[in-house]
Design a protein around this ligand. Structure first.
Ligand SMILES: [Zn+2]
Length: 109
């Protein structure tokens, strides 16, 4: 099935990095402010070092993701055939799979 590879193209690496960074950041904050309590009394923050590490990693990943999104070479805009759903490259007039007209080349349908 060729649809599997085209599906994978849709996953944006920058978005994945940004989401992972955000998750690390949130997890880091939770760990950083997670208190160790005994009978309801806060006696310390045992995960504070881990939390700080996660926060730093999260920030680095978000910066890296934003950097990649800004400077990575843009992909050509693919679009999908409205008849069969196949992904076609930008500027295609006829679907490469079903051959129906999908582009802007002329007025015939
Ligand atoms: Zn098609």
């Amino acid at each position: 099935m060729s649809t599997n590879s085209s599906m994978r193209d849709e996953i944006d690496l920058c978005s994945v990095i940004l989401v992972l960074g955000a998750v690390l950041l949130i997890g880091g904050f939770i760990a950083y402010f997670y208190p160790k309590t005994i009978w309801g009394i806060v006696i310390g923050y045992p995960y504070r070092d881990l939390g700080a590490l996660l926060i730093v990693l999260g920030v680095v990943m978000i910066i890296a993701g934003a950097f990649l999104r800004t400077y990575a070479p843009r992909k050509t805009h693919a679009f999908y055939c409205k008849y069969c759903g196949t992904k076609n490259t930008e500027g295609a007039i006829y679907c490469k799979r079903c051959g129906k007209k999908i582009g802007q080349g002329s007025k015939e349908v």
